[in-house]
Design a protein around this ligand. Sequence first.
Ligand SMILES: *[C@@H]1O[C@H](CO)[C@@H](O)[C@H](O)[C@H]1NC(C)=O
Length: 353
Amino acid sequence: MQCWGSGEAGAPVRGRLLGVSAALRGANASREVDPVELPNCWLIKGIERGSEDIEILPNGLAFISSGLKYPGMQSFAPDKPGEIFLMDLNEENPRAVELRISRGFDLASFSPHGISTYVDEDDSVYLFVVNHPHLKSTVEVFKFSEDDSSLVHLKTVKHDLLSSVNDIVAVGPDSFYATNDHYFFDFILILLEMFLGLTWSNVVYYSPKEVKEVAAGFYSANGINISPDGKYIYVADILDHNVHVMEKHANWKLTHVKTLQLDTLLDNLFVDPHTGDIWTGCHPNGMKLLFYSPENPPASEVLRIQNILSEKPTVTRVYANNGSVLQGSSAAAVYKGKLLVGTVFHRALYCEL
Ligand SMILES: *[C@@H]1O[C@H](CO)[C@@H](O)[C@H](O)[C@H]1NC(C)=O
């Protein structure tokens, strides 16, 4: 269907045309969601302007990025800097606590997007955060200090190949895979790319020694994550309505294994470390997300994908709401029978499964 492998930026014409219709269908989709309710859900106090991405450590500590400012996207507090919240999911009634960020980091321009964690041999926790200061793309690396609920800023990663980063997955204390959702970080050019069905979106590997494109040919690569055994990388193509399973090689290159097609716009991906299930926050209606109206808000939809490598993966709609409770879900993550659902610019939901 599409060209896979490094350096192959173009897709065959047929694939391209299919892509245009897929992109248009996605952007114009007027699919209304059939509600799927969970018996016990609570909106999380203190999170009012997004919870775009969520990562949960194996010990139940959840990190939530909030306050993303993205070209063309709704923001309820465009002048307030972004924040990272922490929740301890082992608690009976977990609260979201804003993490203090060390001095010297430019908080005023903080616009956090995709996040990822890495735990090294001595249990040090590193938090990687995609940031868009002044509408540029950087990756900020922090060390998490549990003692005083703070993040110590270690470094800012910038590179020409990290042009429009959406999400990352850390594979070492200073290395990661990143998705560039578009070649440009400009709303008009993004719309142009979308409507022309261009596949100018890729995955880049970054380490201080080597930076390279490792997969290309996506319409808009968004969420990225890794299988628990570290063999596969999962990439959500939001405009193509699918998840790609990519095999990871010793030279960090990715090759295409399979694609799971769905009928919703997939945003961030979370991988359950125990089961290997993929959890994702989705947008059933791309147009409502892009052109926000409080009277007719974008819906939320959470999918669980089991056994993605098998012949017949199981896809379950675990939660769906028309926007009356939760608008524009972008992330879903689980820990011991509890589900956290994040949104691009709205609130965050905590549910018992
Ligand atoms: C959403 O669904 C609820 C019922 O679950 C309904 O009362 C409400 O009008 C719906 N809102 C929209 C915007 O469709």
